[in-house]
Design a binder for this molecule. Structure first.
Ligand code: B3K
Ligand code: ZN
Length: 880
């Protein structure tokens, strides 16, 4: 398959003004009539009309009223070209498609008997012939016709302008979207659904209709999505002055969906996972996910829809910015500084768990990629989460007010346009009179920069110097990197742990500042603090002010000092993670050397630090929970030259067991102190208490005696919400005892709740005792299917990505399983298959014997004759 390059961009030859779509919906044979008015783009030298189309049956093609003979156009692959067209054109295109056979869930497809669409990135071309590129924006009118009994609800973008009955039990609905949009934002739904609706008054006084559509039987699970939608609308008005521009805003939940959700104009389509919740079936994490995703899709209405991307290389323009906006929304919803810090720590964990590995692996790419084979492979943690970090750095450099000025200018300049990442950067620079040219490298250079810090203290002159240098590892196609513009937030702690007032030489910060942002722009720079009376302990990269790896030779004493006192909660947490990581790496090396855990020891210094933190009631429960979670096996693996997954698992388990035993009394006391009796509420404080309580439980259950087992069993039996029920079950599964009766009871209670059945598979997939044979057995369960992405992910992905010690079993059996599943899934759904293919990204970092087996598995997939572009790109890059 060909590689597509950013540098090859050319403007569209024709621009579309209006699109009228008519659908006769039938699962086996849907007829799509498409009438497009278009005109030649004066900026283009070409007079050829270029349309995209895939998996379509062309019935008729008319140009300005005349049917074209097959000699008057050309179909090659997915391109339909009409050469030498007139300046003004009306195209009428009739095509057929087969939604029931569309298992890729891109384009028009059937889920549980109803019709849904997913068009981003290039799904619209599977519905009709069209210039399917985001810089072609047009106004759409949509006529839907379908059987009324089977599809009583007919929805599309914008406003309902007409509906009524047809012959033969069919009915119709006509929708009109008043805003021009790119084709990827088109959507339709024809389904048997019910809705929760509400009239909501905007700040301006205008009233809008809000609807959340779900299948019958799920109406008791829509409250939180509706509440989150209202909160999102309010937040965007207040924080960014952005108002909902439509009279009607709909959310539709669908059980078969490739991603989290989709921001179609006025008709957001969601994975059920990010809509449906009540205390019985959803955990605190599910609730938080719903708030974030509802916010995310809503915020796209301005950052994505009103201002969209010129081409798909600019994807982070809308995704990085919108992730940043949803992160800020979630943080503001909690409203406290410590709550905000907890959300920030979660973001750092995600980056380290997924983005740093991506940036160091075969699929590494800049936030704005230079090339791709399959765009669907670039909806990545780099484009999304690192992209959000890049946006956050503007705010760190310019301040909140400066950032808002930049946003205002961005909309003033580009509303209604399809633009580039550079346009966003220019708006930020121009609105603030700042030179952000060097900042461009965050968009163009891949790889995680390493910032290395040294310090020196001059007691006589009372100077404290921080010397920062930067480097960035080579990535595919980018052997050498130029220095980045990196904001490094810094504070200095005195011997009592108090923040020193700072006086940065040449700085223009306020007089009483205790955190300043150093701007590292050279390869190496010296920053001097004056009037420093004692040698301080530096707190560097506060609030994780840049997506980098920070190297600094902290002593244990310095880390313990920061862990006890740092006023910056992110760095306080970070100090604990560094203390833990040092030990985890040593213990892992010892297991590798000795073959077992017999020789391992954990020093009391670390245990006492954890004890002190655990019982410190001045700290948020949510923060204490995060501080007590050890770095994951994946994050530990990223620190090692040669990864030994079983040794990592053994070392980490040893550490958890040791902490659990040493802190047993305190863990039990905190377990009891952080109960949340009464009606369930997903608010951050209650969720934090449950998180801490359940973390205590998991420590107590690493090597439980009868008393601890009983605590878990009681929680399982008596839990009044899914958070506690699921946590008890996971603890029981991980305790090493026989969890089968609990698993069985859980399944019986929830077998009709698809999202809970997903949890049931996921828990088992990630359990230390689950080997590949056990996964194969679970695949035989009647509730398992590869066709549903949530279900496939729950079992398969949670095994390959969430159970490294078993996935990397020495005999390579799980690699063969992986290859089999990638191939099988590719025949069903290439996007899902390609995600699974990426479980092998880091294969070169394992011991030679494992590497050899992983390579064989990759080669086996690569050798398949009928591979999708999606999977082919991933495996060929892995092998390159
Ligand atoms: N924009 C969609 C992503 C669709 C990806 C399709 N492969 C979800 C989101 O970021 O909001
Ligand atoms: Zn998005």
């Amino acid at each position: 398959p060909p590689t597509i390059y950013r540098k090859d961009y050319t403007v569209p030859s024709y621009l579309v003004e209006t699109v009228e779509l008519g659908f006769d919906l039938d699962p086996d044979r849907t007829i799509v009539a498409n009438r497009i008015t278009m005109q030649h783009n004066p900026a283009s030298p070409s007079r050829s009309i270029v349309l995209h189309g895939e998996e379509l049956d062309l019935v008729e093609l008319r140009l300005n009223g005349r049917a074209l003979a097959p000699t008057e156009y050309k179909i090659e692959g997915s391109l339909l070209t009409i050469p030498r067209a007139p300046a003004q054109v009306v195209l009428e295109i009739e095509t057929l498609c087969t939604p029931i056979q569309n298992t890729s869930l891109s384009g028009l497809y059937v889920s549980n008997g109803s019709f849904y669409t997913q068009c981003e990135a290039e799904g619209f071309r599977r519905i009709t012939y069209f210039p399917d590129r985001p810089d072609v924006m047009a106004k759409y009118t949509v006529m839907l016709r379908a059987d009324k009994a089977r599809y009583p609800v007919l929805l599309s973008n914008g406003n309902l302008i007409e509906s009524g009955e047809l012959d033969d039990g069919r009915h119709y609905a006509k929708w009109e979207d008043p805003f021009k949009k790119p084709s990827y934002l088109f959507a339709l739904v024809a389904a048997r659904l019910v809705c929760q609706e509400e009239h909501y008054t905007l700040k301006s006084g205008r009233e809008v209709l809000l609807q959340v559509w779900v299948e019958e039987g799920n109406l008791d699970k829509t409250d939180y999505a509706m509440q989150s939608l209202k909160n999102s609308i309010r937040w965007d008005e207040e924080r960014f002055g952005l108002e909902l521009d439509l009279d009607r805003f709909m959310i539709v939940a669908v059980g078969d969906f490739n991603m989290g959700a989709m921001e179609n104009k006025g008709l957001n389509i969601f994975n059920t996972k990010f809509v449906l919740a009540n205390p019985r079936v959803a955990t605190d994490i599910d609730y938080a996910g719903i708030e974030a995703v509802v916010g995310h899709e809503y915020f796209h209405n301005w950052t994505g829809n009103r201002v969209t991307c010129r081409d798909w290389f600019q994807l982070s323009l809308k995704e990085g910015l919108t992730v940043f906006r949803d992160q800020e929304f979630s943080a503001d919803m909690i409203g406290t500084d410590s709550g905000r810090a907890v959300t920030r720590i979660d973001q750092v964990r995600t980056l380290r768990q997924a983005q740093f590995p991506e940036d160091a692996g075969p699929m590494a790419h800049p936030v704005r990629p230079d090339s791709f084979v399959e765009i669907n492979n670039f909806y990545t943690v780099t484009v999304y989460e690192k992209g959000a970090e890049v946006v956050r750095m503007y705010q760190t450099l310019l301040g909140r007010d400066g950032f808002r000025k930049g946003m205002d200018l961005y909309f003033a300049r580009h509303d209604g346009q399809a633009v580039e990442c550079d346009d966003f950067r220019a708006a930020m620079a121009d609105a603030n009179g700042r030179d952000l040219r060097q900042f461009e490298r965050w968009y163009s250079q891949a790889g995680t920069p390493v910032v290395s810090a040294r310090t020196r203290y001059d007691a006589v002159k009372r100077n404290f110097d921080i010397i920062l240098s930067q480097r960035c590892p080579a990535t595919a196609g980018q052997p050498d990197k130029l220095p980045f513009h990196i904001p490094v937030a810094v504070g200095l702690l005195d011997a009592n742990g108090k923040d020193l007032p700072l006086l940065l030489e040449g700085g223009d910060h306020p007089k009483d500042a205790t955190t300043v942002v150093l701007e590292l722009k050279e390869q190496e720079q010296i920053f001097r603090f004056r009037n420093v009376d004692e040698r301080p302990v530096p707190s560097i990269l506060r609030d994780f002010s840049a997506p980098v790896v920070l190297e600094y030779d902290y002593t244990d004493d310095e880390l313990l000092h920061l862990y006890r006192h740092d006023s910056d909660a992110v760095n306080r947490w970070e100090a604990g993670q560094r203390l833990a990581m040092e030990r985890l790496l040593k213990l892992t090396a010892q297991v590798t050397a000795h073959g077992d855990a017999a020789v391992l020891k954990l020093d009391s210094t670390f245990i006492e630090a954890q004890r002190a933190l655990l019982v410190d009631e001045s700290l948020d429960p949510a923060f204490r929970e995060l501080a007590l979670i050890l770095p994951s096996e994946t994050i530990i693996a990223e620190q090692m030259e040669v990864v030994d997954p079983q040794a990592i698992h053994t070392a980490r388990q040893f550490m958890r067991r040791t902490i659990g035993a040493a802190l047993k009394t305190e863990l039990l006391a905190q377990y009891r102190a952080n109960q949340t009796p009464g009606a369930y509420s997903p608010d951050a404080l209650s969720a934090g208490k449950r998180a801490l309580k359940n973390l205590c439980l998991s420590y107590l259950l690493v090597a439980p005696e009868a008393a601890e087992l009983k605590v878990a069993q009681q929680q399982f039996d008596n839990a009044s919400n899914m958070t506690d029920r699921a946590a008890a079950l996971v603890a029981l599964i991980h305790s090493g005892g026989d969890a089968a009766p609990y698993l069985q009871a859980f399944y019986q209670d929830f077998e009709n709740e698809a999202l809970v059945v997903d949890k049931w598979f996921a828990m088992q997939a990630a359990a230390p005792a689950t080997n590949v044979a056990a996964v194969r057995k679970l695949m035989q369960h009647p509730a398992f299917t590869l066709k549903n992405p949530n279900r496939a992910r729950s079992l398969i992905f949670n095994f390959t990505n969430g159970n490294p010690a078993q996935f990397h079993a020495a005999d390579g059996s799980a690699y063969a399983f992986w290859a089999e599943l990638v191939i099988q899934l590719d025949g069903i759904n290439p996007q899902v298959a390609a995600r699974l293919a990426r479980s092998m990204d880091r294969w070169r970092r394992y011991a030679p014997a494992l590497q050899e087996k992983m390579k064989q598995a990759l080669e086996q997939v690569a050798a398949q004759s009928k591979l999708s572009n999606d999977v082919q790109e991933v495996v060929s890059k892995a092998l390159a």
